[in-house]
Design a protein. Sequence first.
Length: 143
Amino acid sequence: MGFSVTASFAILFLAGLVSLAYLYTSAEYAMSLAVDAGDERTLREYARLYGDIDVVYINATQQGAVYDLVVKVYNAGDVELRSKRMSFIVNGTLREPDYYSSQYLLPGTNLTVAFYSIPGTGTGRLRVVTEYGSSAYAAYEVV
């Protein structure tokens, strides 16, 4: 009977060590995910605070009942922006540009986007919003 108590204690002790090893690796993984999420949040907050854009050029050219719109957006902030993650609202309608001059908008550079075959005449409004919430507004005249 003494041998079975010792053997069962050894088995339970080894099972406890194995479960502690799994618990440690799981906790370490969860903590690394939490740290990564905190770092990502810090970067997003920095981008929200120091990201700034301006619309520096708009040209709307009439093509019959529709017009083509060419827009230059200047990155006046300290954050690199992705062109495909910007939202463009033309006359109250969310539109995807037909042309991007670059995939990224680096600080201190311009991005040219073009929209083709927009219906309407007269005046229009444009709002550009980045992935971090910075925005710029401009009005234009179709000629």
